[in-house]
Design a protein around this ligand. Structure first.
Ligand code: PLP
Ligand code: COI
Length: 389
């Protein structure tokens, strides 16, 4: 169904973003490419000296903003052979006044920088990262859905794209950001998801790359994800590799449980097996400051989850997804236990969902003001030109 939207513009400093495209059924969009192609992407290929010290990523829009298109790679590229690749995920939302804001992009820049150090790629400086993210949003502003109807999802990639057969860091690094509009995670009310933990499956072990947003962390979970979906569950819940008794995170989101003593517990990052989510960190802060809960980061076993009153997963893509139940299965699918929380969001989970999305989309004016340091406003194009003159 074709839908038209009223034209809304940012009026900050007289600049204005392009309004959302007409005749797009934004409400039909899920988390995916949704059969649309945005206009521009950021693409910067730099040769590396190996140690990264002499590498400079560009901030030149005229050079790096290019039409969204295919990348040319040698089959010998390090990223293809040895998985030297990182990615990030952020959302840009259109706010009620027509301005466009991104939630805590500095945190994504910092996480990618940590990954780059670990994967021996030259770090993209935070300033460059933010400049590139802004440029991609600005160029694709017409693809930012109307307020309340989704977001423009941004996917920064950092890859070793140089040629070479030797097992060593690439001689070339590519920093790319593409964008795709995505729908609201929940349409018509927050729904609870059903998780299954599979004994013997864990995503990361201590000393591995679980705390890095490495592309190669995801494909190893595809088979078990497919299995749990075939069994009727929404997502796999990853257990710790050491004991198989503690929960770590879901396939693409962090995990929280709220207990009757008003502690809100999430698995600790100490073993470096869990992705340090931007949403996770924000929820720890919001739960304490706005709901008076006691945030705790520690080991969290399946057994003690039976005492929890609410549980949820969270992430940029997943937003806050209430957990309805956790099934525990052996590798062959034989279910050994089930923990049930209920078929809808618990009251505290729902409050956190409303607060977080209220800040991200600007729909909660009071909280948006209070947490304005979490919000990065993308200046419209003509305002930027004026500022640079
Ligand atoms: N854990 C994993 C494995 C993820 O892929 C993600 C998504 O990015 C998260 C947690 C949540 O991280 P964030 O809140 O930064 O999106
Ligand atoms: C995100 O939530 O942004 C992610 O990157 C997780 C997933 C889509 C892989």
């Amino acid at each position: 169904m074709a839908i038209t939207h009223p034209r809304v513009w940012s009026i900050r400093g007289g600049g204005q973003h392009a309004p959302p495209k007409d005749n797009i059924d934004w409400e039909s969009f899920g988390f995916g490419l949704n059969n649309v192609r945005t206009d521009k992407m950021w693409l910067d290929r730099v040769s590396t000296a190996g140690d990264g010290d002499s590498t400079h990523y560009s901030t030149d829009d005229s050079q790096c903003l290019v039409p969204l298109g295919d990348l040319q790679l040698s089959p010998t590229a390090t990223v293809l052979n040895y998985g030297q690749a990182l990615f990030e995920g952020l959302k840009a939302c259109r706010r009620p006044d027509g301005s466009i804001a991104i939630f805590r992009p500095d945190k994504n820049a910092q996480r990618m920088a940590q990954g780059a150090e670990r994967f021996c790629m030259p770090v993209v400086p935070e300033r460059t990262f933010l400049h590139a993210v802004d440029a991609v949003v600005r160029e694709n502003a017409a693809w930012v859905p109307p307020h309340g109807q989704g977001a423009l999802y941004l996917r920064p990639l950092l890859m070793g794209t140089g040629e070479g057969l030797g097992v060593k860091p690439s001689s070339e690094s590519t920093f790319c950001i593409y964008a795709s509009p995505v729908g609201n995670y929940f349409k018509g009310g927050i729904q609870a998801i059903r998780l299954q933990a599979v004994q013997g499956f864990s995503r990361a072990a201590a000393g591995g790359s679980g705390a890095i947003k490495a592309s190669g962390n995801y494909a190893p979970a595809f088979a078990v994800q497919r299995q749990v979906k075939q069994r009727g569950f929404d997502e796999v819940l990853c257990l710790d590799a050491a004991s198989g008794e503690a929960v770590e995170e879901a396939g693409a989101s962090n995990f929280f449980a709220i207990f009757p003593d008003n502690t809100i517990v999430t698995p600790s990052l100490q073993q470096e097996t869990i992705l340090p989510g931007v949403t996770r960190q924000s929820i720890l802060e919001l739960a304490a400051a706005e709901l008076g809960l006691t945030p705790v980061e520690r080991r969290l076993t399946l057994e003690e989850l039976k005492q929890a009153k609410e549980a949820f997963c969270c992430g940029t893509g997943a937003c806050i997804s209430p957990v309805g139940s956790i099934s525990v299965a052996q590798a062959d699918g034989n279910v050994t236990d089930e923990i049930v929380f209920g078929s809808s969001a618990g009251p505290l989970t729902e409050k956190l969902f409303r607060m977080l999305t209220g800040i991200q989309t600007g729909s909660d004016a009071t909280l948006s003001q209070k947490y304005r340091h979490w919000i990065h406003v993308v200046e419209p194009a003509n305002q930027k030109v004026a500022a640079e003159r």
